[in-house]
Design a protein. Structure first.
Lengths: 290, 289
């Protein structure tokens, strides 16, 4: 019964019979399964998590943990550089894939593969490529230069860069596809008119494509930022947060504390991400629930 | 246009244009295929060839697949059990999400149940909270409910993660159905349940396929929750088993890549089979422009 009182705030202006007409009763019954799931697996865990993160001492400990500071920097690099590079490439490639050529259509079918296959095997595949002793990359370097290649993933800067590249590899097709739908929605008449007027490629982009796509592009960028905050796989499976916990991002740090049995720290690190997450979530909800 | 003045100019420009497109297309193709091809190459190479850095093995073989299918390695002794776990969990998540989301979307969009809008907004809010952040409290919650190391833990967690988007996509699709349909059915004396079964479900079929596939693939591909919530070797799903390969330094890469390749095939096949629905039903809903 909690579900019902929860989903239907009392409204005195309506007579009792209308409030509980047959469709309304059915509606409540049909909504109940999701509301139960929501209460049991969203409301309860979040409340419990916030309760665990209530001690100020956890935040002091977090502040004093050098791994946390490094993690925040890594996360910001991942979001600000990684996402913007990805979205710019997606914007560029969406223009490439809307060209009408048979071979480009076939290429677009292959291009979607990284999105269609699970990320675990492909990330592990990349990890093996960069293995210093047996990986194919260092093997090739040795073949051509007779010198040992670098220990790629043991360098935090290279490790984080590769994690960002893996993330881009995985999600670029999705965003390219979305931006393609944006481009295809632009009327062809405008481009024909611009062609007649002798507009350059840049002018066409600047004055036709961009104005009609900028809202979509910004929405995509923000949505991608939210999702990337939760990208656990790209970092965890490639570098495991190492070497020396220097490549963690917020998504992997919580799990690291969990494994060290520091649950309050895990929750506190997640609470610290909220000032970044909540404004993005608020903006996205405004956009979607119009 | 300027095509009559000079026949050579446009063709030259076209060739240049085509060359520019190829200059973009070829790197895109290489970039896309390298990790997948690398995995495939390992899967069909005998152990000694796999590390040689060749583009094609001297003696391609299916021996690795035989080893995996016959569970002839320490890391693979529960391969079929794990494969089965992945299938059962993915199907259960797909079915449960579909049921919960369809009912909820019908109640919100067609029956206009009181509080439906609030529930929709709360669901959307859940959708935007990164799943990795919910993982830590979810792990503790499943412990409290006594579900750890039980398939239901992963199934319920994945249903929780998949439903918000499923409800939202179905509600968007459902809002587009004309209201007159419901009115006509109600005039004929249809109950809400009959309306749901005879009018709503048949009309929503393409979106239902898209949403079911989405939840199925989400569960099949999930690593983080699977590795937190399940731990016994016979209970874990395939991605967790793949991650466990990394525990040892001398892990057999060629077998790991073979298992990974087998694991990646079903979702790729499902994706391509339902591509029409996926692209229409999901990407259009992903970002409302």
């Amino acid at each position: 019964m909690t579900a019902i009182t929860y989903t239907s705030p009392s409204d005195a202006s309506h007579p009792f019979a209308a409030r509980f007409s047959t469709p309304q009763v059915w509606g409540i019954v049909m909504l109940a399964p999701y509301v139960l799931v929501f209460l049991a697996f969203v409301v309860y865990p979040i409340s419990y998590g916030l309760w665990l993160a209530r001690h100020p001492a956890s935040y002091v400990a977090l502040y004093n943990d050098p791994v946390f500071a490094r993690t925040v920097v890594n996360t910001l690099i991942f979001l600000i550089i990684g996402i913007n590079v990805k979205m710019l490439i997606a914007l560029f490639l969406s223009g490439f894939f809307v060209q009408t050529r048979t071979w480009i259509r076939w290429l677009s079918v292959l291009f979607i593969l990284p999105w269609a296959v699970p990320s675990i095997p492909t990330i592990l595949s990349v990890r093996f490529m960069f293995n210093p002793e047996w990986g194919v990359i260092n093997n090739l370097i040795f073949k051509f230069t007779a010198e040992d290649g670098p220990n790629w993933l043991n360098d935090p800067a290279i490790g984080l860069t590769l994690a960002i590249l893996v993330h881009i590899w995985k999600s670029l097709p999705f965003w390219t596809l979305i931006l393609m739908t944006g481009r295809l929605a632009i009327s062809a008449d405008m481009f024909e008119a611009a062609e007649v007027d002798g507009a350059s490629w840049w002018q066409k982009f600047r004055f036709i494509t961009w104005p009609s796509m900028q809202m979509l592009y910004i929405t995509c960028t923000l949505l991608s930022m939210i999702w990337t905050l939760g990208d656990f796989n790209s970092v965890y499976l490639l570098t495991g947060g190492g070497p020396a916990d220097l490549t963690h991002v917020l998504a992997t740090l919580g799990i690291r504390y969990l494994r060290l049995d520091q649950l309050d720290m895990a929750m506190a690190s997640i609470v610290c991400a909220m000032p970044l997450v909540l404004p993005l979530v608020y903006f996205m909800m405004k956009r979607l629930s119009r | 246009m300027m095509k009559t003045s000079d026949m050579r100019m446009p063709t030259l420009r076209e060739i240049g244009n085509e060359a520019k497109l190829l200059l973009i297309g070829i790197p895109v193709l290489i970039w896309t295929l390298i990790p997948i091809y690398h995995m495939f190459l390992f899967a069909i190479s005998p152990k000694q060839d796999a590390f040689a850095g060749k583009l094609w093995p001297d003696h391609p073989t299916l021996q690795n697949f035989r080893v995996v299918f016959n569970q002839q390695h320490y890391f693979l002794r529960d391969f079929w059990a794990q494969f089965g776990n992945s299938v059962v969990i993915a199907v259960a998540v797909g079915a449960l999400t579909l049921i919960i989301a369809t009912l909820a979307a019908f109640a919100i969009s067609r029956l206009r149940v009181r509080g439906g809008r609030t529930v929709m907004n709360l669901a959307l809010f859940t959708y935007f909270i990164p799943a990795a952040f919910l993982a830590v409290p979810m792990y503790r919650t499943m412990g409290t409910y006594g579900l750890l190391n039980n398939h239901w833990a992963l199934i319920l967690a994945m249903v929780t993660i998949a439903s918000p988007y499923a409800i939202w996509v179905l509600k968007q699709a459902s809002d587009k159905l004309p209201l007159e349909l419901d009115e006509a059915a109600i005039m004929d004396g249809a109950t809400p349940l009959q309306l749901f079964r005879m009018v709503y479900l048949p009309l929503m079929l393409p979106s239902l396929v898209a949403v079911g596939t989405y939840a199925l693939l989400l569960a099949w591909n999930e690593y983080l929750y699977a590795f937190l919530l399940l731990s016994k070797d016979t209970e874990i799903t395939l991605p967790v088993a793949l991650g466990n390969f990394l525990a040892a330094d001398d892990s057999p890469w060629e077998l790991l890549m073979t298992t990974g390749f087998i694991y990646a095939l079903p979702p790729a096949a499902v994706y391509y089979a339902f591509r029409r629905y996926m692209v229409g039903g999901l990407t259009a809903g992903a970002v409302k422009s």
